[in-house]
Design a protein around this ligand. Structure first.
Ligand code: UGA
Length: 445
């Protein structure tokens, strides 16, 4: 049975490692963060992801999934058969401080740490989202640093998983894309993914640069789709039209489709915002900046939604936040995750706080991660507790829990029955029937 290592055990790497173990492979997860590795080795996920708790503990208990923080263990995994071990690199590529470009320092450091220890020809597969040209650059670096020299192989296999659906997206992806430079790498990757391709999942083989660009293009397209409908929301507000009805009517055209056409507070998280910026920066370096100039507008529309939400909230507070209590429902950048990276909800909450409101946040899973990043906000243990005495409720992350609340019960605890639905996800009729003033982005009052 094939042995696989996964270097970098964040969302992507940890789920990838446990999913591969569930297919029967022997998997070693590696991370430089000793605390994270200790938690994973004990079967405790360092983040919230539906179903991951069970998957991780099952795979750790089976003995197929182990963890380390040593590159020497990674290089030796497989013993005498180590030339057949494949190494996936799943470290993150954040936005560089003060710039738009992606920071590939973590991937570089994996190659620098591991390559000198790989004494037999080995395949390394990058999964991180990287600027076009990174894989080619890393191939040279790998070959220069490894004792196996030019026999070292590198491939790229971008990941399309969504947080909240990480396991499903890993085991049942829409497609697999592999960027390769030689037949041997292609055969090894086809072998790894055989259990998935056997179930009919398409696998596309490309060159390195195309595989890197597929990922950047996919996230650019998704971001554009969201900003398109949010631009329509702006026009709807100006024209007194309803963007939810508009979106629904568009969605019947199969060429458009309804997914990623939900208007609201816009996109956040650790991927879409930084990926479109890194894509623009890379296109600029390549002399193709004009081709992606529209992404600047996509970004601008997205950021305007946060500002518009703050303005609409202030309007609902009779023009000033001073002395007003605001309940913020939601802190994660989207439901079913505790990830608060570039969270529109927290961005709005912090901005309202700075304008003099007393803000209490509640998120079903992200209170702790939010409090670490935004310690000046107040946090409550339930939606009702956050709403107690509030002059306005802001619904900013569309957790199911919020949709299932009885507006009448909420009405009992608030000071004023006013709700602003930043995600167009609450049942407006129900809230209005309970006496609430219901406002939403892109819809008439
Ligand atoms: C995104 C992509 O969807 C994945 O395919 C990709 O693999 C991943 O980035 C990545 O690059 O790693 P993710 O960041 O987990 O996944 O979240 P999404 O489900 O894409 O949502 C992103 C943001 O868009 C959220 O803030 C969400 O609230 C917002 N959104 C989404 C909308 O505002 N409207 C929509 O219709 C859909």
């Amino acid at each position: 049975m094939k042995r696989i290592t996964v270097i970098g055990t964040g969302y992507l790497g940890a789920v990838h490692a446990a999913s591969l173990a569930s297919l029967g492979y022997e998997v070693l997860g590696m991370d430089v963060d000793a605390e994270k590795i200790a938690a994973l080795a004990a079967g405790r996920p360092p983040f919230f992801e539906p179903g991951f708790d069970e998957l991780l503990s099952e795979q750790v208990a089976s003995g197929r999934l182990t963890f380390t923080n040593s590159y020497a263990d990674v290089a030796a995994f497989g013993g005498d058969d180590r030339a057949n071990t494949v190494h996936f690199v799943c470290v993150n590529t954040p936005q560089r401080k003060g710039e738009y470009a992606a920071d590939t320092a973590y991937i570089d450091s994996v190659i620098d740490g591991l390559a000198p220890l790989l004494d037999v020809p080995t395949l390394i597969i990058g999964k991180s989202t990287v600027p076009a040209g990174t894989a080619a650059r890393l191939t040279s670096r790998l070959r220069a640093l490894s004792p196996a020299g030019d026999e070292m192989r590198l491939a790229w296999n971008p990941e399309f998983l969504r947080e909240g659906y990480a396991i499903e997206d890993t085991l049942r992806p829409d497609r697999l894309v592999i960027g390769v430079q030689d037949e041997e790498s292609e055969a090894a990757l086809r072998d790894v993914y055989k259990p998935l391709t056997d179930t009919g999942i398409p696998l596309l083989v490309t060159d390195l640069a195309t595989s890197e660009l597929v990922k950047a293009a996919a996230n650019a397209f998704l971001s554009t789709k969201i900003s398109f409908i949010n631009a329509m929301a702006e026009v709807c507000e100006a024209a007194g039209a309803d963007v939810m009805l508009l979106s629904k009517a568009l969605s019947f055209d199969p060429r458009i489709g309804g997914r990623f056409l939900v208007p609201g507070l816009g996109f956040g998280g650790g991927c879409l915002p930084k990926d479109i910026r890194a894509f623009m920066a890379r296109a600029g370096e390549l002399g193709a900046d004009q081709a992606l100039a529209f992404l600047k507008e996509v970004d601008a529309i997205n950021m305007r939604r946060r500002a518009r939400t703050v303005d609409l909230a202030r309007e609902q507070c009779d023009g000033s936040f001073l002395g007003k209590r605001i309940a913020v429902w939601g802190a994660a950048f989207k439901p079913d995750t505790d990830d608060v990276r570039d969270s529109p909800a927290l961005n709005v909450a912090a901005s309202i706080l700075l304008q003099g409101a007393q803000v209490t946040v509640y998120d079903p899973k992200a209170n702790d991660t939010a409090a670490k990043n935004f310690p000046t906000l107040n946090y409550a243990d339930s939606a009702l507790e956050a709403a107690r005495g509030a002059n306005l409720i802001l619904h900013l992350t569309e957790w199911r829990e919020f949709r299932e609340l009885d507006p009448n019960a909420v009405g009992e605890v608030v000071a004023e029955r006013r709700v602003l639905d930043g995600r167009n996800a609450l049942d407006s009729d129900l809230w209005r029937a309970a006496g609430f003033t219901y406002r939403a982005l892109g819809r008439p009052s």
